[in-house]
Design a protein around this ligand. Structure first.
Ligand code: ATP
Ligand code: MG
Length: 142
């Protein structure tokens, strides 16, 4: 794994965006914003795997909807490197609810609803490490 984990974050291009053919445009936005791709692959989570990933939200009313959605089709998982990666990636994603997302953010441009909101980003350095390890083996990270 990276020598400086503070500069790494984890992202997902969610099923709505992959299904909608937005993968290329979102990757372009990411790389143009100065992120280096350290890991990238297409996956299709089982419902159990989605529940494991979003375990922190298991008590939330939208947990069933969220995990069914996340296992409904393919996602692209990403390990992203940039100085201050956690905040930089969340800033580029925009607010959880695309209706509240700032102009120029990925969710403003590509997301349709609070549930199907195009991308995921880690919320802390610890969670970035956990989430990268959930999806990538050492050999899949450059
Ligand atoms: P993510 O963790 O996916 O990057 P986030 O950190 O902006 O998003 P969280 O509060 O962690 O938002 O919620 C996780 C995900 O759960 C959201 O991205 C969204 O897909 C879904 N979600 C959050 N709130 C709602 C809601 N009120 N109704 C339906 N789905 C929701
Ligand atoms: Mg979150």
């Amino acid at each position: 794994m990276a020598e400086q984990t503070g500069n790494l974050t984890f992202g997902i291009i969610k099923p709505d965006a992959v299904r909608g053919g937005k993968t290329g445009a979102i990757i372009q936005r990411i790389t143009e914003s100065g992120f280096k791709l350290r890991g990238m692959k297409l996956i299709h989570m089982t419902h159990e795997e989605a529940k494991g990933f979003y375990d922190v939200h298991r008590e939330r009313p939208f947990f069933g909807e969220l995990t069914t959605f996340m296992s409904s089709a393919s996602c692209v998982v990403l390990a992203l490197e940039k100085e201050g990666a956690i905040k930089a990636w969340r800033d580029l994603m925009g607010a959880t609810d695309p209706a509240k997302a700032d102009a120029g953010t990925i969710r403003k441009e590509f997301a349709n609803s609070i549930g199907e909101n195009a991308v995921h980003g880690s919320d802390s350095e610890d969670n970035a490490g956990i989430e990268i390890a959930y999806f990538f083996s050492r050999l899949e990270l450059v």
